[in-house]
Write a protein that binds this ligand. Structure first.
Ligand code: MTE
Ligand code: QUE
Ligand code: MOS
Length: 766
């Protein structure tokens, strides 16, 4: 396959790529600034911003009273306020909006705002929230088989708790929006958002308008990672309110530290588990209780908890299983979508269980995994009743065990550890099975709008957004293949709510799957008309009717009759002729994923169209005196079906894995007793750097396994490889455990920071 680079790669490296901050506004631009709560929970007693409003260069200071529409927002449950009324529930909550000539003036003026709080008790940990007893929404359950009976008959039982840390998104472009007021009260919104349709709705509601009055445009984000699925909306609404009030263009761009302090993150989880298994390590029952930290409002917490619950068994057949999920309300910024969307937290617990079973039975953990994998013909139904089809686990297992030389390296690791006191090595293999589709079934729809201009160039619009993942590149490739023309003759437009309406967020890794199908549908419709026209044209030229429209093939910039290949016309000529023949060369397209459904009350259904699979083997070196760990080698074998673009997919697998490594090793969110995030910049919050990439990094895509029923037989790739990073976390745990020759279970949580590693080692030595 010819290498097709990311369609913006050249612009990324030359700096030509237009992000929202680069959009030129000729004059009159004002800068928006948000005055936020410095306390986690308090009543607002009174306030006065008259002094601040007098500062030269200040054009507006708005409170909740100045919202023309309503003050409610939120993606699913409208339990958020745009601007605080008489209470604040987390540090960073927006209270006032300021529009000024520049950011510096706004900042200075904000210091003159007087506000008096009466502080209330704040809930800042999951443990405290559980004590307090307030969930953000009703709890959920999924259950299969009979766990009580299975635990009664169990040979071995383990029980424990796993704490999983949160994660900051660290997109390079912070939250940003530029609003330009237009005729009447119409608003044009340039928003860094993964969900333009939702931004459009929420801006309209805040302004007291209809969706038709608001146009949202999104060319590209400087990364989203889930952090701009709902939380770009706040900035967009704030900018729109200020633009609407001042009748001037307004841009709000969060300072890096403010973005990190005030916006939501990956959910922390506290998971309690209990598992029953026989002496071969075959699991008969698992009981898990997942507790997530939702933060102050619901946001997507319930969908995220649901996905965590639907991944609680990872790749293993568990005949008797109960999964209970609680999302707890705390006084922290509302947590939100982050690559994996609850999957990583759910899978981390199951992998912990497997790891502990291996240590209990003194067997190799990869063997225990293999014993419990979903099988091909039986043992293939999930706890929520979905049958596993096209199971790639056995094939991937077979291949990666060989290419990574797993069992030989297990011996070498043991040998190294027996001969070294202070340095220890660790090795682990972990699998993933990740469900593809929104579990909220109605979201599984996508639209497109394709124009063929009459000289032969093609403009593709679709509902997905570009955040670096290469979606637009894939859409161009799909259009090129379907029309049989050069990739260079196709352009993908910025995502715009006036072109494709009612779109779903670009999320759940299904952007390429669904929008690709919608683009194909639009092209099929145009080809249907174009083929009929060309068949007629051939009939006239050759004076017969032997060319049926279905015989026409679109390939190599030609349209030809495969039964009579000498009957051909170039694509450009065909399009020009069709235009003169008054044929419509534009069409919309639509796709709805077939057959997905899920009953929340029963915890039962077919929530996923299919599953993506992968496995990783990681080897690490640990300095037991400092807690420093280094990845020596990682082998990944990941399943993307028939890849749409091998280089982009490999990039996604590598990037997701490394982002996951950050989550489960160095990234730790530290709060003080008042709820202030202490590490809100990259000097104290450690994201992966080049040195954290494995010294040997073999990333392969599974070959020869096309996925039936998807666009060009491909599979989603954006999120699944994130969870392969658990191989690193468990390799570190393996190295720690070797200190006691694997006799004692280390007390070890996520993330594995140097500090946490040292603490675990200390406990083992005592
Ligand atoms: N890759 C890059 N470079 N930047 C991103 O923000 N987001 C991830 C993933 N890969 C992201 C990324 C997340 S969270 C998702 S859901 C998918 O991309 C979304 O895009 P897709 O559905 O087109 O794969
Ligand atoms: C995976 C996801 C999402 C999801 C479910 C998944 C997601 C998302 C929603 C969602 C649910 C209900 C809504 C809404 C969004 O569900 O990203 O606006 O009303 O946004 O399994 O990634
Ligand atoms: Mo991705 S967390 O579904 O935006």
């Amino acid at each position: 396959m010819k290498t097709i680079y990311h369609e913006s790669a050249k612009y990324h490296v030359t700096g030509e790529a237009t992000y929202i901050d680069d959009i030129k506004v000729e004059s009159q631009l004002l800068h928006g600034y948000v005055y936020t709560s410095p306390v986690a929970h308090a009543k607002i007693k009174n306030y006065d911003f008259s002094e601040a409003a007098k500062v030269a260069g200040i054009h507006a200071i708005l409170s909740y009273k100045d919202i023309p529409g309503h003050n409610q927002m939120g993606p699913v449950f409208k339990d958020e306020v745009i601007l605080a009324v008489d209470e604040v529930t987390f540090i960073g909550q927006s209270i006032f909006l300021i529009a000024a000539e520049n950011e510096e003036i706004a900042r200075q003026a904000s210091k003159l705002i007087k506000i008096e709080f009466e502080e209330l008790p704040a809930i800042l940990t999951i443990e405290k929230a559980i004590e307090n007893g307030q969930t953000i929404q009703p709890s959920r359950k999924i259950e299969t088989g009979d766990i009580n009976e299975a635990f009664k008959n169990a040979t071995n039982i383990i029980e424990g708790e796993l704490k999983v840390g949160g994660q900051e998104h660290w997109y390079l472009e912070t939250q940003i929006c530029l609003c330009i007021p237009e005729e009447g009260r119409d608003m044009k919104v340039f928003s860094s958002t993964q969900n333009p349709s939702e931004t459009q709705l929420l801006v309209a509601e805040a302004l007291g308008l209809q969706k038709m009055n608001v146009e949202v445009d999104m060319r590209r984000m400087g990364g989203g990672f889930g952090g701009k699925e709902t939380q770009g909306n706040h900035v967009a609404i704030w900018a729109a309110l200020l633009a609407n009030y001042t009748k001037r263009p307004v841009k709000i761009r969060l300072f890096r530290d403010d973005d990190q302090k005030n916006t939501g993150k990956r959910h922390r989880f506290l998971i309690k588990y209990k598992a029953a298994f026989d002496n071969n390590g075959l699991i008969s029952a698992v009981d898990v209780e997942q507790n997530s930290d939702a933060g102050a409002t619901t946001d997507l917490s319930m969908s995220i908890l649901e996905r965590a619950m639907l991944h609680a068994e990872n790749s293993y057949y568990i005949p008797n299983m109960r999964i209970i999920g609680h999302a707890w309300k705390t006084n922290l910024p509302s947590n939100t979508a982050f690559r994996g969307f609850g999957g990583p937290q759910g899978i981390a617990c199951m992998e912990t269980i497997i790891d502990r079973i291996a240590r209990t039975l003194k067997k190799d953990s990869a063997e225990i995994r293999n014993t419990n994998f979903y099988a091909l013909f039986d043992r293939n139904v999930t706890p929520y009743g979905q049958k596993i089809e096209n199971n790639r686990l056995p094939k991937i297992w077979e291949q990666i065990i060989e290419t990574s030389d797993y069992f030989e390296r297990r011996k070498q690791t043991d040998f190294f550890n027996n001969n070294n006191e202070f340095y220890k090595k660790g090795l682990a293999l972990t699998p993933i099975k990740f469900g593809i589709s929104f579990t909220t079934s109605f979201l599984n729809q996508a639209g497109a709008l394709v124009h063929i201009y009459n000289e032969g160039s093609v403009l593709v619009n679709h509902g997905g957004t570009e955040m670096g993942q290469g979606l637009h590149t894939k859409m161009r490739q799909i259009a090129a293949k379907e029309l049989g023309i050069d990739y260079e003759n196709i352009k993908v437009n910025s995502t715009n709510t006036t072109k494709v309406p009612n779109t779903s967020p670009t999320a759940a890794s299904s952007g390429a799957d669904m929008n690709g199908m919608a683009v194909k549908d639009a092209i099929d419709k145009i080809k249907h008309k174009l083929s009929a026209f060309i068949a007629c044209k051939f009939a006239a030229t050759y004076r017969d009717n032997t060319t049926e429209p279905e015989f026409l093939v679109y390939d190599r910039n030609l349209i030809y009759d495969w039964k009579n290949p000498e009957r051909k016309i170039t694509f450009n000529e065909a399009v020009k002729a069709a235009y003169l023949g008054r044929i419509n060369l534009s069409s919309n397209g639509f796709y709805a994923t077939p057959g997905v459904h899920f009953n929340r009350e029963k915890g039962y259904g077919k929530p996923f169209y299919y599953f993506a699979y992968g496995m990783a083997v990681s080897e690490i070196l640990l300095d037991t005196l400092t807690g420093y760990s280094k990845i020596l080698r990682t082998d990944i074998l990941h399943d993307v079906g028939e890849s749409l673009n091998i280089d982009i997919d490999r990039g996604q697998a590598e990037g997701a894995f490394i982002q996951g490594v950050g989550w489960c090793t160095t990234e730790e969110l530290k709060y003080d007793s008042k709820g202030n995030l202490l590490n809100h910049s990259p000097d104290t919050y450690k994201i992966p750097g080049v040195n954290d990439i494995p010294e040997i990094f073999n990333v392969e895509l599974l070959k020869g396994y096309p996925q039936p029923g998807t666009i060009h037989r491909s599979k989603a790739v954006g999120e699944p490889p994130f969870m392969l990073s658990l191989s690193v976390w468990l390799a570190i745990k393996d190295a720690i455990s070797s200190i006691t020759n694997h006799q004692i279970e280390p007390d070890f949580q996520i993330p594995a920071t140097n500090e946490n590693i040292l603490l675990a080692i200390d406990k083992l030595k005592k």
